[in-house]
Design a protein around this ligand. Structure first.
Ligand code: A3D
Length: 311
């Protein structure tokens, strides 16, 4: 069977880590695409990763390019093209520049690989994935945004740190938009099947939830120049792997809702089944009143940013 082809649009901090993780998971041949001014950088990263393969015996190839023809017929695209936040910026401040980039990227992906599965990471996420969907005209099952996987992983990390239990056994999802209004569903979270609410006090849980909401900003402040990249890359690779290996993992992602959770026509973080057909299903469940109110708030925020795209 021929190897899958994975195109990474943007070869910066997240893009480089995506290339490394895709190689180590042997998901397929990787092409890192960036603008001509960064072609040397992505060619260099590709060559560097090529040279780590002998140790563990990975056979897939990694190349760097600034030519759209080189990503033709890719199975998966992961888009990080754009600029990241600097201290003091919120994700919405990136809209104008990143929207211009997304318009160009969407048109080219449509031309090169109209049947690919596309994972968007560029911020502001909920508006960027919407923009890609509108401009490309892709089927809704083939377009998804990475945010909930990361926000949930952050929450799970903080809960594991608090309880000194294995992070692997902490299960808890974050729904809604990728911003301060995100909606952690603590009520359904468990550690090895034991409800989280029975293990951590409500005051402490509130602090953990708040830290999760601003976890991206916490890292931006520490870095001083750029945003998180290891965990975002790992989260997107988990989604790509579920698609390429038809695992049907249930991952909170920004999927197009058409009535689910009373959201219509917007991409928002919901539990999504990712398999060989892309986002195959959204797993809807009954929200409690306070969760519904919180989801409405996050939807308002998403609608405002989407409106600014003018699409
Ligand atoms: P960075 O290291 O700056 O990489 C971005 C890359 O995009 C650079 O190499 C640019 O040259 C490249 N680029 C710019 N324009 C184009 C274009 N037209 N075509 C192809 N490539 C282009 O940033 P990063 O990797 O740290 O972050 C990338 C994006 O992800 C930013 O918008 C971040 O805000 C966003 N991000 C999202 C999350 C989510 O959870 C959704 C988390 C972290 C970062």
């Amino acid at each position: 069977m021929p190897r899958s082809k994975i195109a990474l649009i943007g070869g910066g901090q997240i893009g480089g880590n995506l290339a490394l993780l895709a190689t180590q998971k042997e998901l397929g041949d990787v092409v890192i695409f960036d603008i001509p001014q960064s072609e040397g950088m992505v060619k260099g990263k590709a060559l560097d990763i090529m040279q780590l393969r002998p140790h563990d015996g990975y056979d897939s190839t990694i190349t760097g390019t600034s030519k759209w023809d080189d990503v033709k017929d890719s199975d998966v695209f992961i888009i990080t093209a754009g600029i990241p936040r600097k201290p003091g910026m919120n994700r919405e401040d990136l809209l104008e520049i990143n929207l211009g980039i997304m318009k160009d990227v969407a048109k080219n992906i449509k031309k090169q690989s109209p049947n690919a599965f596309v994972i968007v990471i560029s911020n502001p996420l909920d508006a960027m994935v919407y923009a890609f969907y509108k401009i490309s005209g892709f089927n809704k099952h083939k377009v998804v945004g990475m945010a909930g996987a990361l926000d949930s992983a952050r929450l799970r990390t903080f809960i594991a740190m608090e309880t000194e239990c294995s992070v692997q056994d902490v299960n808890c999802m974050v729904l809604g938009g990728h911003g301060d209004t995100m909606v952690p569903i603590i009520r359904l979270g468990t550690i090895g099947g034991v409800p989280i609410e029975s293990l951590i006090s409500s005051e402490r849980l509130k602090e953990i939830v708040d830290r999760t909401r601003f976890a991206g900003g916490e890292i931006v402040k520490l870095f001083g120049n750029g945003s998180a990249f290891y965990a975002p890359a790992q989260s997107a690779i988990e989604m790509a792997e579920s698609y390429l290996r038809d695992k049907k993992r249930v991952i909170p992602c920004a999927s197009l809702c058409e009535g689910e959770f009373d959201v219509d026509g917007y991409f928002i973080g919901v539990p999504s089944v990712i398999g060989a057909n892309g986002v195959e299903r959204i797993l809807e469940f009954k929200l409690e009143k306070d969760e519904r109110i919180a989801l409405n708030e996050t939807l308002k925020a998403v609608k405002n940013t989407v409106k600014e795209t003018g699409l």
